[in-house]
Write a protein that binds this ligand. Sequence first.
Ligand SMILES: [Fe+2]
Ligand SMILES: [Fe+2]
Length: 191
Amino acid sequence: MTIEEITENLRKDLKKKRFNHSIGVAYTSANLAMKYGYDMNKALRAGLLHDCAKYMSDEESISYCKKNSIEISDAEYNTPALLHAKAGSYMARSKYNEQDTEILEAIRWHTTGKPDMTLYEKIVFVADYIEPNRDHDKELEFIRKLAYSDLDRCIAKIYENTINFINGSNKKMDPTTLEAYSFYENMITNR
Ligand SMILES: [Fe+2]
Ligand SMILES: [Fe+2]
């Protein structure tokens, strides 16, 4: 599918706020790709598609995953919203005919991230957090600057703030989030 076709489909599927967020992630990913010498067009596609499955209810997400043999972890049963990353990767391939595995993997990992991400996965993970429509973190101005000066430190900071937020709420932590946080914390302290 072309960028235009993807955009038109997303406009139909997603709520306005989610659609605008997806456009924000697309252009922020493309921008980070410029900065770090990555394929801009691929970054744009992954950014656009990253939340393509984020319109289903918890029950719909679970049944979509079961129907398509997508494994559901304990953390995902506890917080089914997490499933939109796996479901989105599957949907990007089946509905949007996206065949590029780097794009599909970046969508797969955009929510929790993981230890030792590829540059491409990092770009989409960070863009999701910092795109211009976001205002969920008091330190966003600082984090946005970090994204362009020190990507790994930026990721460690995103994890730190995410973990603080989850601990202060009644949400359950995906263990991948903690593993990835210690990976990036170690990386920036030991370099
Ligand atoms: Fe998402
Ligand atoms: Fe998102």
